[in-house]
Design a protein around this ligand. Structure first.
Ligand code: SF4
Length: 373
């Protein structure tokens, strides 16, 4: 049984940066709140809550004396405008890669451009992008949705299309969409804004899943990138599962599998990944003991069968009787050598030919499993 864990599993740069920003403020005894959960991992959010960092749903919920952290997904411009207007203390943990998308769409021209976003329009990151657009926008989540909106967009012949992607967008869907857009629309500016960490993670997951008969994706079910990883792996390995914590690990399935792959979303804490891997390795260690024992038994049974087939073996004399010698042949049966087989001379006694401890070469003539000979 083999386990292969993706090197890219776990926190990405942007999430790590945001989480560290929270810890940093908590260390300084600052009262912290985050606009929405800091990451899509309820375990971690719960831990931070216990340490004094509370998630809020809107700017209205921020209490005097609290410092707000904008999470890595970013927010619409209207939110930062409101924070400024109200003089709320805040730190911006928007991932620099997301900020770059904000700049692209903010540079758009309200009269001449349309922003086309490859991503889920309900996801906070995409809502943040939409909220920074300076012109009309449309979003699509896959090729089928693109097909639905493209005809209308193409009717607006004088418009320029500005195309960006949610940082966690599926790279294969992106390639297909870009190919289609390039074919149908000559006036477009295409910005591949899929985060490298995402494509590395997705490609690695794809490769590992293709070689696995059981694939485990660790992450929160609310996490977009975890769900995408799950979809990618499922296409390659039908036996793919998404688990949030070690408690959901299917040990029965684990024991039945030969090649197990493991990956994790960008918001999965290292601690949770480690707990899963530790449990897996403990389970596998106990499973391997069983397997080794089973194969040893099989080998032994196989070897015993061969005792009937004129096999030559070395044996050690363990006792001498008047008319035979007992020999240890390294099997569970004891070998017996009649005195007539020791010498052609009928007057010879066994002790004249061998002594206890002697190694002698033997030819197996017959076995009797029931009697152990
Ligand atoms: S996935 Fe990429 S873009 Fe998103 S937070 Fe992580 S590093 Fe930033």
């Amino acid at each position: 049984m083999t386990i292969r864990k993706a090197d890219s599993a776990g926190f990405c740069f942007g999430v790590n940066r945001a989480v560290n920003m929270v810890y940093d403020l908590l260390d300084k005894k600052v009262r912290v709140c985050t606009l929405g959960p800091i990451i899509h991992n309820m375990e971690m959010v719960g831990e931070l809550k216990n340490m004094g960092c509370r998630p809020v749903e809107s700017v209205d919920e921020i209490e005097p004396g609290e410092t707000l952290i904008i999470r890595s997904h970013g927010v619409p411009k209207s939110v930062t405008d409101l924070l400024e207007e109200r003089g709320v203390s805040y730190r911006d943990a928007t991932c620099p890669f997301v900020k770059k998308i904000h700049r692209i769409v903010a540079d758009s021209n309200a009269d001449t451009d349309i922003v086309l976003i490859a991503g889920n329009k309900n996801h906070p990151e995409v809502q943040g992008i939409i909220g920074n657009c300076n012109c009309p926008w449309q979003a699509f989540n896959n090729e089928a949705e693109l097909d639905e909106i493209l005809p209308n967009i193409l009717l607006q012949k004088n418009k320029q299309l500005i195309i960006v992607a949610q940082t966690t967008f599926d790279t294969n869907e992106w390639k297909k969409s870009v190919k289609k857009i390039k074919k149908l629309c000559t006036n477009s500016k295409i910005f591949d804004t899929i985060c490298n960490a995402t494509s590395v993670r997705q490609n690695e997951a794809d490769e590992i899943a293709a070689q696995s008969d059981f694939m485990i994706v660790i992450g929160d079910r609310h996490s977009s990138n975890t769900n995408k990883l799950f979809d990618i792996c499922k296409k390659r390995c039908p036996n793919t599962v998404l688990i949030e914590t070690v408690g959901e690990l299917d040990l029965e399935q684990l024991r039945k599998s030969r090649n197990i792959g493991v990956t994790a979303g960008a918001s999965t804490p290292a601690r949770i990944i480690k707990e899963v891997l530790d449990t897996m390795s403990e389970e596998i260690k106990s499973g391997e003991t069983t397997n080794v024992e089973e194969s040893f038994e099989e080998l032994l049974e196989e070897s015993l069968k061969n005792l009937n087939t004129n096999e030559r073996v070395m044996g050690t004399v363990i006792s001498i009787a008047p008319n035979e010698v007992q020999v240890d042949v390294g099997r569970k049966q004891t070998g017996f050598v009649p005195v007539s087989e020791l010498s052609n001379d009928p007057t010879v006694k066994p002790e004249d030919v061998v002594k206890v401890g002697d190694q002698i070469e033997l030819l197996i003539m017959k076995t009797n499993d029931q009697e152990g000979t």
